[in-house]
Write a protein that binds this ligand. Sequence first.
Ligand code: AMP
Ligand code: GLY
Length: 420
Amino acid sequence: MNVAVIGSGGREHALCFKLSLSKKISKLFCIPGNPGTDSICENIDIDPLNFDLLYSVLLKKDISTVIVGPEIPLVKGIVDFLSEKSIFTFGPSKKASQLEGSKDFMKKLCRDFNIPTAEYESFDNLLKAQDFIKKSKHPLVIKSDGLAAGKGVTISNNVEESIKCAKEILEGKFKTSSKVVIEEFLEGEEASYFVITDGENYLPIGTAQDHKRIGEKDTGLNTGGMGAYSPSLLITNDMQEKINKKIIEPTIKSLNTIGCSFVGILYAGLMIKNNEPKLIEYNIRFGDPECQVIMMRLENDLLDLILSVKNKNLNDQRILWKKKPCITVVASAKGYPEKYRTKTHIKNLENIENNFTQQLFHAGTIKVDKKILANGGRVLNATALASDLQEARNKAHQMLDLVDWEDKYFRRDIAWRAIK
Ligand code: AMP
Ligand code: GLY
């Protein structure tokens, strides 16, 4: 069977690495991919958002199964488009993708079906939003309704800042949003929880701790994620049971009730306080960089799990994990998430070993004249499995220390709360 992964980041490199181990795949493609995926499968350099072109390429390459990494193609309806043409595409439909594509949709679902989350109101009118802000206790969390590439959330400490943020969102700062969602600020510790579901049944497929801030000890601006480890120490068996019963099961059920069954990877971003989980947000895909650590630890053939979603026999599967924990440390270009350079030369990558316990996944890289250049904010993900988190982190640092790149920046404290 020929299989294609859609996307070009570290998450997609990790998915391709895992899928490249499947005996069921005759040929693996990544669309468009990056220099890392190029070394383990065939990249096809087209824009996957051009669905007609994508379909013609899939036909030409005899690709029958498509696995979608990022949220944008899902929100734009890639699954509906390709499924109609009889290509099995793993991920949620356009309608179900609103769970990530619209915070208002997600919050309303939680409110209507009693799923624990922060209290909220949403507005398309500035005067009403201002009134609400003035009456509310701060800090408040101000969010754009639609996708905003991780930049749509502000934690505001005062009325002026909240009004400024709400105004910017309603005036179209994020083109995807005509609504602002204003939420209660939740305290606690965050964790990422993943399930794979066929719309009825589900299996937990990993837990992780992401590190969203650019600076050590979780300071500075929010980013797409500067590192992660798995499993999350916060999600004990008891906690997992609570999350499943109070959040995951009601979500899957309620989406069926409103006629948009969810198939694919459901990623719950959670806040845990006093042993109680609350939902911060839903994503409709694997996290990046959480996927990198989960793929290194997963024992199962990933394609088998995905095909059991297609064949509706997910309940026959058991997910197995390597005992060792895994860490990924993201190397970004100096200056990210603000201004940073691109097209800088990254050297010595050929001297870094990749094997089953360590992988240097590529994210924002590009190959020009046989040279690897940086081509984005988050550039490389040093990912290592070891007996404990400290040793895993040392291995990741050793990999990144070997990378010869003038603009290299990475946090040396990933998992600082877990490594005392
Ligand atoms: P989101 O895009 O909704 O995941 O928000 C990005 C980040 O903002 C989250 O990972 C949290 O760290 C923070 N955040 C979002 N909503 C809240 C909330 N209601 N209370 C506290 N922190 C939040
Ligand atoms: N690491 C956060 C995300 O993938 O949304």
